[in-house]
Design a protein around this ligand. Structure first.
Ligand code: SF4
Length: 484
């Protein structure tokens, strides 16, 4: 029997110059013209005509006969997308020390002088941290050492890794270690240890020498770049070409020079770059007038750099822009993509957590920065005083989860990109004094919306070569292999 009226399932949409982009609750999308969008809204099967089957295939409409099955299928897809929530906290960042041999203009950690040993984490605190980490139910645990420069407290890093491995003999988790370092103090002995214990390194690279040194300043006044290059080679000798990844911080001085930065990353043998905008914390907040830029200025630079990277791939150099790759994965595949900085509810506390040198626990690195400036709103407690339940099931984390679901947040609730995007309650608080934030004034929102708009524009070109490149990025393959 043919029912004239069908039921609309919840969806969001965005009006673009190219038409109406309609997105269902599981992130599947459809481009519609104005008149086809009106047909959808009519809820009338006869008016929908042949389009009815497309609408049904995208879970935009349902009729009485299959309502239960269709809703169950949509729920399954949504559950798959949100799969990262099952594991609970898997990223555990440990601040081994606040000391650093650098004092970068944009440092989030507000690092301290090399002789400030009172900002080193003690062995007793580190042991408490590791014991607490293994109370997390997550089957995968990543322990990331941060600073300051964690290599300045190398003995603690080494002991903590050994201890975590012992604990893990009983816990049986998929355990991973990363050390975030400027590399300049790395030694063959450290690298031998890292190789043996399968520790990978993550470093900072801001471009060719002059640009790298511009805001990354040694406390002793010299250039860090030459040492960085030598130590990168040394690191690769021990850990292999992919044993050390690099992270870029885009300052005002980078905006017109991103292609140059991209070339340099490729020259040094990195497979890609994450074009990461500046976050307004720590020294970066104090130096915002010199380092900062508007979301619009960032977007212009981002699009130019992305075009450059796409062209570079077409010219035969495989290279990935990781933020675009993440978004493409979210737009084009049904899978869960855990990325603590961009998920709903926010990953703060429930996906990632940071233990300060004194044992204070924060749901995100940015929360630690706020505490450094005197605002301890996001301090979850201390590993020496509080139990796992008090820290992770306490009111603070519950409140962050409640208030960071984009599906119900003002502005986000009706946004077509909510399933691809996420919330950053700590940043919202830093910007507006409120963890829910205000979307029209949010640089975070403007940046994400602008990037996702651009990616949809690229997808709309329906260019075979470009689509192959995007799938190569999503599946970590070579464009050449995709074109065979
Ligand atoms: S932050 Fe902005 S782009 Fe992201 S879901 Fe909310 S309104 Fe949409």
């Amino acid at each position: 029997m043919l029912h004239e009226d069908v039921q609309l399932l919840p969806f969001t949409y965005r009006v673009m110059p190219q038409g109406f982009l309609v997105v269902n609750q599981a992130g599947e999308y459809l481009w519609l013209s104005r008149s086809d969008f009106d047909r959808l809204l009519s809820g009338n099967r006869e008016r929908m005509g042949e389009l009815y089957y497309r609408f049904k295939g995208k879970h935009l409409v349902v009729d009485d006969d299959d309502e239960e099955l269709a809703v169950e299928m949509l729920a399954t897809k949504l559950r798959t997308r949100k799969g990262y929530l099952k594991a609970f906290t898997s990223l555990h960042m440990i601040v081994a020390t606040l000391r650093c041999n650098f004092r970068c203009d944009y440092c989030h950690a507000s690092s301290s002088d090399r002789d400030r040993a009172d900002t080193d984490m003690s062995w007793d605190t580190a042991k408490h941290v590791v014991n607490l980490i293994f109370e997390s139910p997550s089957p995968a645990i990543k322990i990331e050492f941060q600073g300051g420069e964690p290599l300045l407290n190398w003995d603690l890093v080494e002991e903590t890794i050994r201890y975590a491995e012992v604990v893990n003999r009983f816990a049986g988790r998929n355990l991973e270690f990363v050390i975030c370092t400027n590399l300049t103090m790395v030694t063959p002995e450290m690298l031998t240890f890292c190789k043996k214990h399968r520790v990978s390194l993550s470093t900072s690279l801001d471009g060719p020498g002059q640009l790298h040194d511009l805001h990354r300043k040694r406390r002793d006044g010299g250039s860090g770049y030459e040492t960085f290059r030598k130590k990168l080679d040394l690191t690769r000798e021990y850990l292999g070409q992919d044993g050390c990844s690099a992270l870029l911080t885009v300052t005002r001085d980078h905006l017109n020079r991103l292609p140059e930065v991209v070339d340099h990353y490729a020259e040094l043998g990195f497979n890609g770059v994450f074009l990461r905008s500046l976050n307004p914390y720590g020294y970066a907040a104090a130096n915002l007038n010199d380092l900062g830029y508007s979301p619009g200025e960032f977007l212009v630079a981002y699009k130019t750099a992305l075009d450059y990277i796409i062209d570079m791939n077409f010219r035969g150099t495989p290279f990935v822009e990781y933020y675009a790759a993440l978004m493409l994965q979210r737009i084009l595949t049904p899978f869960a993509t855990g990325f603590v900085d961009l998920q709903s509810p926010s990953g703060a506390g429930i996906s990632g957590v940071i233990y300060d040198y004194n044992g204070d626990v924060y749901p995100a690195d940015e929360a630690r920065m706020l505490a450094r400036t005197g605002d301890r709103k996001f301090c979850m407690g201390n590993v020496l005083d509080n139990s796992y339940e008090e820290l992770f099931h306490g009111r603070l984390v519950q409140d962050l989860v409640h208030k960071s679901c984009v599906e119900v947040m003002p502005g986000c609730a009706t946004c077509a990109y909510q399933i691809y995007c996420g919330a950053d309650p700590v940043r919202y608080y830093a910007e507006s004094g409120d963890v829910t934030g205000s979307r029209p004034d949010s640089g975070f929102c403007q940046k994400n919306k602008g990037i996702i708009d651009h990616i949809f524009e690229l997808l709309l070109r329906n260019d075979n070569r470009l689509n192959n490149l995007f799938w190569a990025w999503i599946t970590s393959r070579n464009l050449k292999d995709m074109e065979l």
